[in-house]
Ligand binder design. Structure first.
Ligand code: GLN
Ligand code: ZN
Length: 776
């Protein structure tokens, strides 16, 4: 039995003496907190030699050992992320961080991750289709690689000293290069894979040191194998592992893949690699993997069968896993089959023990990381004839109860969602006619100004929401406080002379949680945190049942806000795809079915808002792009149901009701046709870093007739943009977009900013719009 990759922190011990920033983060998260790994930086530095991060690692290793896990990974702990750790191991620090060689210390490491006073951080991007991020290596022909972080070896030794034999895990050399980007100034056409010859010597040094320390197994994570790779990229795997073969002799080697099945050609390459002892596959997301293995698995090799899902919070279905494992046993042999999680447990919540508020029934359907470890062991024991009958029957009973529970199934919702499939839903009138009708009603100036929704979330606001939740203040007091805040935000926008207003979202903690809490079919953990990047974690809602909307969710606040002003007030909703992509989703029906159900609930809300006199409604789809599947062949299907779900929410409104949507990440050139197909009247998009990239799509002749507001300044930075600078950007946009469709707005919500930044920035933004209006 094995656990793939890292198990997240099971206990985090909070010490004294951490700095304010760290302490605040601890307080925010409550007692049983998340893997706030960066906190340990402070502990290590400030608590004279008390190795708190080591305590954390040891508690995880011991927990796995106690659970009976045989293949326990090490080098899965990270102060930031595993790719950055590999960059440190290879000494591939970009010159601007001023590193002068030697073992990479925290200063350089965290400068790359977070930036420092003089140099910004390196680019961060998502780790495949998870919400975990990594720092993108910047490589070029000039990089001098040197063995500069001995972390993998140190952690292996650390575990050994505790009496735990581990499998050190390294990001594989080919995946590392494929996840890198050419450094600034290096030609885009530079072949990153040409650096293989330069990084393999460092890998060899690490391997030699691990061997000398007594390691008998080593794991390389090569998850890029699940993507669409070209033959020269596949060839790189063959070359790399042939080159490593002699160094690896005497070691057992596992190559791990996860998050999808491996395409047939890659499977062939992978299973033909020299010097490899075992292969790991994701049998949960890998729809074809089983067939591939059945079609031919090299004899005498180990198969690490990822049957326990590392990406969700549901209890394993033991009966189904056993049957899969049984059939695999017939292929690879009893002694070569290893039960494993499908991927690192970093992507799931930590421990159900920390959830006193989830009811017993729901909990019986779930397994967080700590429970998944136990599941892996139970399955492995069952295969060797030591089945824990009581545990297995409890698992079967839990599955039966989940299947038949009225909390899960709502016939009416099922029927309504089923009726949506195969049919199309769109507004009857085309977008330009709708925009004309809306303009008659709204009477907006050209280059209308607006914001994305949220206004600064002050400490006082958070306190009000917290106290209301804890029933420390009455409903009347709460409404009064929020109403005052909305009034303040409305007045401010009127003073700034913004054209389409927002209420500022003061009643919302989070754009998904706020809706989830009011929809049926959702549950919320108290401590189910999952690391997103660095010390930032998210607590995804859990969708366990058919989704419906018992009553209106935003109408009260939106109509209150509209009543305070004669200007149009935007209703503000989160779209179905974003709610889906930012939640732990049920695994007993396809994702699109759950998405359609959420779409129907949001549709009811949209229609109620319209009835209440709200003429502009924004439906945020911040996360639409990030749900894209890992393989091209699956993109069209996803985009089809995702875009359809969005259209369902607003197909029922009249022509004069203006539907906005907002998307984060400007990188959407490749899905521009799907975005047009969303058929929103106005789209506002994040565009902070590069006008060029976004605008090039229109320059290349894509016809875009709906309203569009590419963000005119970056809200992620405290910097206040000048009027000239904003005017410049608007002018650039006008070179490729018609005057009558361009909107002027920041690139995302303002909740993370301070009023001292927001006021002057918006002032300059409105001034820039007015300036250009006079020049047209
Ligand atoms: N309406 C949300 C806000 O303004 C949108 C946030 C987002 O796109 N991430 O905060
Ligand atoms: Zn955004």
């Amino acid at each position: 039995m094995g656990i793939e990759g890292g198990l997240v922190v099971l206990k985090s011990k909070m010490g004294r003496g951490c700095d304010r920033e760290a302490k605040d983060r601890v307080l925010k998260r409550g007692k049983n907190t998340v893997p706030d790994l960066s906190l340990y930086r402070f502990y290590l530095l400030k608590e004279n030699g008390l190795p708190h991060s080591a305590e954390l690692r040891s508690s995880i290793w011991k927990q796995m050992k106690d659970a009976g896990i045989k293949f326990i990974p090490s080098n899965t702990f990270s102060y930031y992320d595993q790719v950055l750790d590999t960059t440190a191991m290879l000494g591939a620090v970009p010159p601007r961080y001023g590193w002068n060689g030697g073992e990479i210390e925290f200063g350089t490491y965290f400068s790359m991750a977070r930036g420092n006073a003089s140099v910004p951080a390196m680019e961060m991007t998502k780790w495949f289709d998870t919400n975990y991020h990594f720092i993108v290596p910047e490589l070029g022909p000039e990089v001098k690689f040197s063995y500069s972080s001995h972390k993998a070896v140190q952690e292996y030794k650390e575990a050994k000293a505790l009496g735990v034999e581990t499998v050190p895990v390294l990001v594989g050399p080919v995946s590392y290069l494929l996840l890198s980007k050419p450094a600034k100034g290096v030609e885009k056409s530079f072949s990153l894979l040409s650096l293989l010859d330069k990084i393999l010597p460092i890998y060899k040094e690490v391997i030699a040191e691990l061997k000398a320390a007594g390691a008998s197994w080593i794991q390389f994570d090569e998850p890029t194998l699940v993507k669409d790779l070209e033959s020269h990229q596949l060839q790189a795997f063959t070359s790399a592992y042939s080159a490593l073969e002699s160094s690896l002799s005497g070691l057992n080697v596992i190559i791990e893949t996860y998050f999808a099945d491996v395409p047939a050609a890659a499977f062939k390459t992978l299973t033909s690699l020299k010097g490899v002892t075992g292969f790991g596959f994701d049998l949960v997301r890998g729809a074809q993997t089983l067939d591939l293995i059945k079609g031919g698995f090299p004899s005498g090799k180990y198969l690490f069968a990822g049957v326990v899902d590392g990406r969700n919070i549901w209890a394993n279905d033991f009966a189904s896993s056993l049957s899969i494992l049984g059939s695999l046993e017939g292929i690879v042999g009893k002694d070569k089959l290893v039960v494993s999680t499908s991927c690192s447990l970093l992507h799931t919540a930590v421990d159900l023990v920390n959830e006193p508020k989830l009811d017993k029934e729901l909990k019986s359907w779930m397994a967080f990381a700590a429970q998944k470890v136990v599941e892996v062991n139970a399955l492995a024991k069952a295969l060797t004839g030591h089945k824990d009958e009581a545990f297995f029957s409890a698992n079967a009973a839990a599955h039966a109860s989940r299947k038949s529970s009225p909390r899960v199934t709502n016939e009416a919702v099922q029927k309504a969602a089923a009726a949506l499939k195969g049919s199309d839903h769109r507004r009857a009138t085309n977008v330009s006619a709708r925009l004309d009708a809306q303009q008659k009603k709204l009477n907006l100036p050209i280059l209308p100004t607006t914001t994305i929704g949220s206004f600064p979330q002050t400490m006082e606001l958070r306190k009000v929401r917290r106290e209301y939740k804890a029933k420390k203040i009455s409903e009347e007091e709460y409404i009064k406080a929020i109403k005052e805040e909305i009034n303040k935000v409305v007045k401010l926008q009127e003073e700034l002379d913004i054209d389409v207003l927002v209420h500022g979202e003061p009643e919302r903690n989070d754009m998904v949680e706020y809706f989830g809490e009011q929809l049926s079919g959702f549950a919320f953990s108290a401590n189910g945190w999952v690391q997103s990047y660095g010390s930032r974690c998210v607590k995804p809602p859990i969708i366990y049942g058919d989704v419906s909307r018992p009553k209106p969710m935003t109408v009260f606040w939106s109509s209150m806000a509209q009543s305070m002003t004669a200007r149009p007030m935007k209703g503000m909703l989160t779209g179905p795809v974003t709610i889906l992509n930012w939640s732990f989703v049920r695994n007993d029906q396809p994702r699109f079915e759950t998405c359609y159900q959420i779409a129907l609930a949001i549709k009811e809300e949209v229609e109620d808002l319209e009835k209440a006199g709200i003429n502009v409604i924004q439906i945020d789809e911040a996360a639409l792009r990030e749900g894209l599947p890992l393989r091209k062949s699956e993109e069209a299907f996803y985009l089809d149901w995702a875009v359809h779900s969005f259209r369902i929410t607003n197909c029922g409104v009249s022509d004069t009701c203006q539907i906005h949507t907002h998307m984060c990440y400007s990188n959407f050139n490749d899905i521009i046709h799907s975005i047009i197909d969303m058929d929103a009247d106005v789209i506002t998009i994040e565009n902070s870093r590069s006008d060029e990239k976004l605008l090039s799509v229109f320059r290349e002749g894509v016809k875009y007739g709906a309203g569009i507001g590419p963000g005119v300044y970056d809200i992620h930075s405290p910097r206040i943009p000048s009027t000239d600078e904003i005017a410049d950007r608007i002018n650039k946009m006008l070179q490729v977009l018609e005057t009558n469709i361009l909107w002027v707005n920041p690139d995302c919500g303002l909740k993370t900013r301070k009023y001292a930044e927001v006021n002057p920035a918006l002032q300059n933004m409105v001034a820039a719009a007015k300036l250009i209006r006079t020049q047209l």
